[in-house]
Structures are given as C-alpha cells and as structure tokens.
Design a protein around this ligand. Structure first.
Ligand code: YRO
Length: 312
C-alpha cells in the first residue's frame, strides 16, 4: 500500500492534497464538493468581516501555462465560513479544515481572529499575508516590520492552531528576514506560495489585457509558479524551526510536481489553477500519479522522502 497520510502538528489527514484558498471554496456547494473529493482537507476562501462581491469580470483567465487573476477578495464574509466550519466539524468528527482570513487592515485581521478564538472552531486558521496594508506600502507579506507587528498583536490572545500564507520571495535576504520573524511565533505552518504578483497578459487578437481589473494586472498561478514554489518551500524548510511545518502551493499539474514539493519539505500540497480548470476529481488523478511515482522509487510513505531533496 502506498500511503498519502500526513499531519500538521496533531492534525492528521488521510491525503496530502487540498485546494488552495480562493479556488472552488466560495460557497457551501463548493465546500461540500471538496469535502466529498479525495482531498485530505480543504480551506475556505479568504474571508473579510463583511461579504464582498470582488472586482468586475473578466477577473480570471486561463493562460497557456497557468492562470491570471484579480478576483479582489470576493467572499461571503467570515461568519458564513465559520458557521460552515462549525457545522462541518459536528458532522465529521476526526476531520479538520482550514479557515482562511484576509483582513483589509490589521484591525480587521485582529477582530476576525478574536471572533474565531471565541468560537468553537477546532481546525486550523490560515492568515493570508497578501492582504493590503497601509496605502502606498506593499502588501503585509512584503512589509517585514508590519508582519512582525501583526503576529505580535495576534499572539497576545490567539491560542488556536494558526499559520500564514506567504507571497513568493525572490531574494535570499527576504527568506532570512521573514524566517527570523516567523520563528518568534507559535505558528503551526507556513504556506508558500500565493500567486506571483502583478503579471500582465494580452489577447493578441484584440491587443487587450486579458482581465479587466487593475488595468489587466493580476496574480499568476499554474506551471509558471512551480520553480518559485519549490524554492520558497525549500528556503523556508531550511530556515524555520522544525515545529513550523510547510504547506507547498504552486505549479502542481501532475503527481511528480507534488512529489517535488514534498521533496522540498512540504507536509501538505495545495492545488490552485489545476483545480479551477479540472474540478475536485483532480485529487483522484493526482493521488494516483503521486502513488505511482512513489512506487517506482520504492517508497510507501511520504516520510520516506519528505524534505530529502539532494543537491550537487
Ligand atoms: O484576488 C484575490 O481575491 C486573490 N487572488 C490571489 O491570487 N491571491 C489572493 O491572496 C487573493 C486575495 C487577496 C488580495 C490579493 C485580493 C489582496
């Protein structure tokens, strides 16, 4: 038997795959379909306190090797996802899900964290640091002082299992600085990477940007992201306290891509663009493909190769 079981802290999952936040996780119907799929767990769309409609369409486009999006944080509001999670955990004891939150300000992030802290939610919380910050400053994940301030404020009261979703970094000094900050906090996980920020693609027929918001600028996902996802997972697995586990997100189109993220150190693998394009049945195919790679290597468990990347 080739086993895809994994865990984050005390939370065990039967399968290493799950959705990336934002993909097929907006509505109860979406979430029910993920729950019924072969995914080991799932995460809800990043929530704000109030419901948001997001940006005008077209706001997502398929590309040759991935996708571009500027959704603008459409979501049903934290209470919707929290209520869904509370119902889910009642129906499925022994299964745990992730709530994603992305406040538009630090105050909103802290207010949502208080709501979750005071609730009966028993899963994990992912704080999406690609949230806007002070106007004129980069997103929180690219503002190291602001990241430290947010986590400092958060962990004065927040006791539930938590992690952060990070944007991609491109400089080794950024990995060093961010890891040094993250290591100061009781995080269960770090999830790398969010989409590659602010790409642009043009329709050659019409000379028009492919998506409408932000003059066509949007986050790039899919195969374009794979080498950056691998590098970010690897860089953080080399720098973070071993108690902080990695979730690998970016560039998974087949089982070997997932195998590579696990070699780089990932304990869970999230699927974004591919899930958007193929739907939740993709988890069945990816599981089969990952098991096939493991069999050719003589491995029966993820622990046989997790983090075992070789370098020359
Ligand atoms: O547009 C989105 O809702 C979005 N798209 C992504 O690729 N990643 C994200 O984290 C989000 C939500 C956060 C934000 C980019 C709108 C600030």
């Amino acid at each position: 038997m080739t086993d895809l079981q994994t865990s984050i802290g005390d939370f065990q999952f039967d399968n290493v795959f799950m959705n990336a936040s934002g993909v097929r996780c907006y509505t109860e119907e979406d979430l029910d379909a993920l729950a019924q799929s072969d995914a080991g767990t799932f995460v809800t769309k990043s929530a704000t306190q109030a419901k948001r409609l997001g940006n005008p369409s077209p706001r997502y486009a398929r590309l040759e090797l991935g996708s571009i999006n500027s959704m603008g944080l459409p979501n049903e509001g934290l209470d919707y996802y929290l209520n869904y999670a509370l119902k889910f955990q009642e129906k499925h004891p022994g299964q745990w899900i992730f709530l994603s939150v992305a406040g538009l300000t630090m105050e909103e992030n802290l207010a949502m964290a208080h709501t979750i802290e005071e609730s009966d939610f028993n899963g994990l919380v992912e704080f999406n640091l690609s949230c806007p910050n002070v106007p004129g400053k980069p997103q929180t994940g690219y503002d190291f002082d602001r990241t430290k301030e947010l986590l400092t404020n958060l962990f004065t009261f927040f006791t539930k299992p938590a992690g952060v979703k990070l944007p991609p970094y491109f400089d080794l000094a950024q990995f060093d600085q961010m890891a040094a900050i993250l290591n100061q906090f009781p995080l269960q996980f770090v999830n790398s990477i969010n989409s590659l920020g602010n790409g642009l693609m043009i329709d050659p027929e019409t000379d028009t940007a492919l998506i409408k918001p932000k003059g066509g600028f949007g986050g790039i996902g899919g195969a374009y992201a794979k080498p950056f996802a691998l590098a970010n997972v690897r860089a953080f697995s080399q720098r973070l306290d071993p108690k902080i586990q990695l979730i690998g997100t970016g560039g998974v189109t087949n089982g070997r891509d997932a195998y590579d993220l696990i070699l780089a150190g990932a304990s869970l693998v999230q699927v974004g663009t591919l899930l958007q394009e193929e739907g939740p049945a993709v988890f069945t195919r990816l599981s089969r493909e990952l098991q096939a790679v493991m069999q050719t290597k003589g491995y029966t468990n993820l622990s046989d190769f997790k983090g075992q990347l070789k370098t020359q």
